[in-house]
Design a protein around this ligand. Structure first.
Ligand code: ACO
Length: 325
């Protein structure tokens, strides 16, 4: 069976930039606090008309163009998101509409910040089964719609954007080599977005004050580093590839302290770990494909290089994937 490889990458981000200085005027915070604790200097914030499906379609068009393919070539569209425009239809169906991609099927994956890895995990199995298929995988979020803009603990962390890849059959044995994916629903209360309206009215919380990101930051931090480091180790052992053989690690861009702790735990130099959290904040499912699209355009990856993705997010969900570029 043929591997699935990445044929093209793309990005789609809102034009509007929200800096730490802008946030200083909104909540009791400072550029110094945000920069030191998170590494974030600015993030993108969507406005009306820049819904998740719009950003996802932008990223999708960019990825198709990079791959030299058209919408009619697509067999499937998967969108990883926790901020779909609507509960029904899926964000992927709206992306299909925006792209005018007839003759394929489309669905969403909800795995928070690990969503892109989960979606690639599904897509690459389809391509292993039929290497002629072309699949658009998008990670897209408008996290600004799900943060409480009066809560300084969370509103400084997240950002909006989308990244995408097109997957197809492998050339020269390039593509997805190994993966380890996990989840643990038992720990969901450390990071979640509630939705009281989805519950039976008898079960609804009378104190419900909005459908926002709720996070136990310190606990999330500890679990994230430990879980991602373990998944990375397992993938490298499974693939028989040493950490030294990696050209680039693209971790979920949660915050710079998680990324740096992961880097030192794995014993990697800073040149080997891609970071753009300073420009976009934590864009959840979009963070890895957005970073990958930028790394690719900066010429950081050459055919045959090993690139490793790892993510951790609400659920909890986490995992790592090794790709031969
Ligand atoms: N500005 C100023 N002060 C703030 C802010 C802010 N934006 N936010 C919190 N504080 C205050 C707190 O109120 C607290 O004050 P207190 O001591 O008077 O009570 C103080 O700063 C310290 O708060 P802590 O939460 O202990 O700060 P910590 O050093 O843990 O940093 C942070 C917080 C950045 C959230 C950290 O815990 C973290 O990085 N956690 C990981 C969470 C994360 O990345 N989540 C993203 C989603 S999950 C994922 O993507 C993997």
């Amino acid at each position: 069976m043929s591997r699935a490889m990445i044929l093209g990458t793309g990005r789609g981000v809102p034009a509007g930039i929200l800096t730490n200085y802008d946030l200083e005027k909104m909540v009791d915070t400072s550029d110094e606090w945000i920069t030191t604790r998170t590494g974030i200097k600015e993030r993108r914030k969507a406005v009306a008309g820049e819904e998740t499906s719009y950003l996802a379609a932008e990223a999708g068009r960019d990825a198709l163009s990079d791959a030299g393919l058209g919408v009619d070539d697509l067999d499937m569209i998967i969108v990883a998101t926790v901020t779909a425009d609507m509960i029904m239809p899926s964000c992927a169906c709206l992306v299909q509409k925006h792209l005018g991609a007839h003759g394929c099927f489309a669905f969403d994956v909800n795995a928070a910040c690990s969503g892109f890895l989960y979606a690639c995990s599904i897509a690459e199995k389809y391509i292993r089964a039929d290497s002629s298929q072309k699949i658009l995988v998008v990670g897209a979020e408008t996290m600004s719609s799900r943060v409480d803009w009066q809560d300084r603990n969370t509103c400084v962390i997240f950002g909006d954007g989308a990244g995408a890849v097109v997957l197809g059959g492998s050339v020269d044995d390039r593509g997805f080599v190994a993966e380890k994916m996990y989840s643990d629903g038992g720990l969901y209360e450390l990071l979640y977005i509630d939705n009281a309206q989805s519950m039976n009215t008898d079960l609804q919380n009378p104190d419900y004050d909005g459908s926002y990101v709720r996070m136990a930051g310190r606990e999330v931090f500890k679990h994230a580093v430990r879980a991602m480091a373990q998944a990375v180790d397992e993938v490298l052992v499974k693939a028989g590839v040493s950490p030294e053989a990696l050209t680039l690690v693209i971790p979920h861009q949660a915050n710079i302290r998680i990324v740096n702790k992961l880097r030192t735990t794995l014993g990697l130099s800073s040149e080997k770990v891609y970071v753009n959290v300073d420009k976009y904040g934590n864009t959840s499912a979009a963070s890895i494909p957005l970073a990958l699209a930028e790394a690719s355009r900066e010429g950081r990856l050459q055919p045959g290089d090993y690139v490793l993705f790892c993510a951790f997010g609400g659920g909890f969900t986490w995992g790592a994937q090794l790709v031969r570029w």
